[in-house]
Write a protein that binds this ligand. Sequence first.
Ligand SMILES: NC(=O)c1ccc[n+]([C@@H]2O[C@H](COP(=O)([O-])OP(=O)(O)OC[C@H]3O[C@@H](n4cnc5c(N)ncnc54)[C@H](OP(=O)(O)O)[C@@H]3O)[C@@H](O)[C@H]2O)c1
Length: 277
Amino acid sequence: MMVPVFTLNNGVRMPALGMGTYPLNGVRLTGLVAGALHIGYELFDTGGAYGNEIWLGRGLFCSMKRRERYFLTSKVCNRDQYEDRVEEALELTLRRLRTDYLDLYLIHWPVPELFPETWLTLVKMQKQGKIRAIGVANFHQHHLEALAQVSDVVPAVNQVELHPLLSQQPLREYCQARGIQLEAYSPVARMHEKLIQDPRWPDLVSRYGKSIPQLILRWDFQHGVIPVPKASSLRRLRENLSIFDFELSEKDMAVIDGMNCDFRVRYDPDHCDMTRL
Ligand SMILES: NC(=O)c1ccc[n+]([C@@H]2O[C@H](COP(=O)([O-])OP(=O)(O)OC[C@H]3O[C@@H](n4cnc5c(N)ncnc54)[C@H](OP(=O)(O)O)[C@@H]3O)[C@@H](O)[C@H]2O)c1
């Protein structure tokens, strides 16, 4: 299965769908990564806070795939922002992942007062050649506006919680207008019952012959959003990747858009300080 790519604002090409890895860990993750590469995954999402980079690195290393065949994202955790250890954190992440560069490095969380300084550090680090693209995660529009006050470098990516119950339309429009690629975490809302019990799904499922996760991930793709669903079996990983052989009509895109109710399954960056992340 060939995964299409989106081109980021600095020309770096990023696969249109990837594998989320949290909270997978240990040899289970190592084995799944090798399997995921085999069936066509090329984008892997991790973070310093996940404690699983070493296991992901092993899976990638054991696969014997050439480094340029996959796209690696990691994130600076909040602890490293607080303790002013962002540069050391990158070195540790590279060592754990057994690579000498990252494709994408994100600020995991807009730690109040610290994130503009962290951004300037990422801008500096990118020039040293160990990171191909830099971006942010969990940034609202006002966080992005604050970054623009301190730097001309526009984040290549903003990774946020995004699914049909939290479609993030205003943020999506803001990011699209500024060349910031939106990436969806918790893209299937962790299969929350509020999502999967929506009475609009059965009709869509039967007309397209696709599962709810597949319809959602396709909806992301048609909105120009890159999802990173996490799944714990090769069967589900394959299912989640099989979304490039059909197209949702405009009318059905609108049906899924209509499910939005600004419901989160994860934390709101404005209402949670996440000091320990
Ligand atoms: N930047 C951030 O702050 C942040 C926050 C949260 C997550 N993330 C990233 O986003 C990734 C995904 O988010 P998430 O894990 O929170 O939520 P998610 O991907 O929306 O949901 C994962 C859950 O959905 C189930 N699932 C996935 N595909 C399925 C399928 N085809 N059929 C049935 N069930 C399916 C999984 O089950 P099984 O595992 O049992 O297969 C798992 O329980 C994470 O792994 C992480 O890499 C980033």
